[in-house]
Design a protein around this ligand. Structure first.
Ligand code: GLN
Length: 199
């Protein structure tokens, strides 16, 4: 059984722990550098990316996180977590850093200006069957992706789900809907990576 951590500095940690348990992962909150060594995958929750960024630096996990992601740790970020996984933010607040991992440029609060919060049915590549109900809360969108990044979903002509190698990011919050298929997709990425590493 894969052990999947949830970065527990700020944000909707609890909801992700529940969703991960539902897809048969051992889920645990992670905030210290030592704890990063013990996980097979990591979720970065929704919340406030500037706060998560500052706390990650303060807790001394920013550099260890970057190193683990560079080494191929599977990581999934939702909303603020997506922002943390972008190589570049279009309009960062002063001092705001990201972990990076996906060659993409994100725009913070992109949907928020028109509409604080909404839901939309999304076709997500890799998730057959019914559309995924996307919950968007002051959500970012992806302005552009590099050649290595695969777009998994769009809404209104804007990119809202991306994967690059072992890194997955969504503008929306599947942890809030009770539909755990996106977490299932991520858990499968984690299992595949564990198998590959043990060969
Ligand atoms: N607007 C937030 C940010 O910029 C993200 C909101 C969310 O995670 N629901 O970090």
């Amino acid at each position: 059984t894969p052990v999947i951590g949830v970065l527990a500095l700020q944000g909707d940690v609890r909801e992700h722990l529940i969703a991960l348990a539902a897809v048969d992962a051992v889920a645990r909150p992670v905030r210290r550098p030592e704890e990063l060594a013990e996980i097979d995958g990591l979720v970065i929750p929704g919340g406030e990316s500037t706060t998560i960024s500052k706390l990650a630096v303060l807790f001394g996990v920013m550099e260890p996180l970057r190193a683990r992601v560079r080494d191929g740790l599977p990581v999934y970020g939702t909303c603020a977590g997506m922002i943390m996984l972008a190589d570049k933010i279009l309009d960062p607040r002063s001092g705001q850093e990201t972990i990076g991992g996906i060659d993409m440029i994100v725009r913070r609060n992109a949907f928020g200006r028109q509409n604080e919060s909404f839901e939309a049915a999304l076709d997500v590549k890799g998730i057959p069957g019914d559309p995924v109900e996307g919950v968007f809360i002051r959500a970012p969108w992806v302005e552009s992706v590099g050649a290595e990044a695969e777009v998994l979903a769009e809404h209104d002509g804007h990119i809202v789900a991306v994967r690059q190698g072992n890194v997955l990011a969504t503008s929306f919050h599947p942890e809030l809907t009770g539909d755990h298929r996106v977490h299932g997709l991520f858990a499968d990425m984690v299992r595949a990576n564990r198998t590959a590493e043990s060969l």
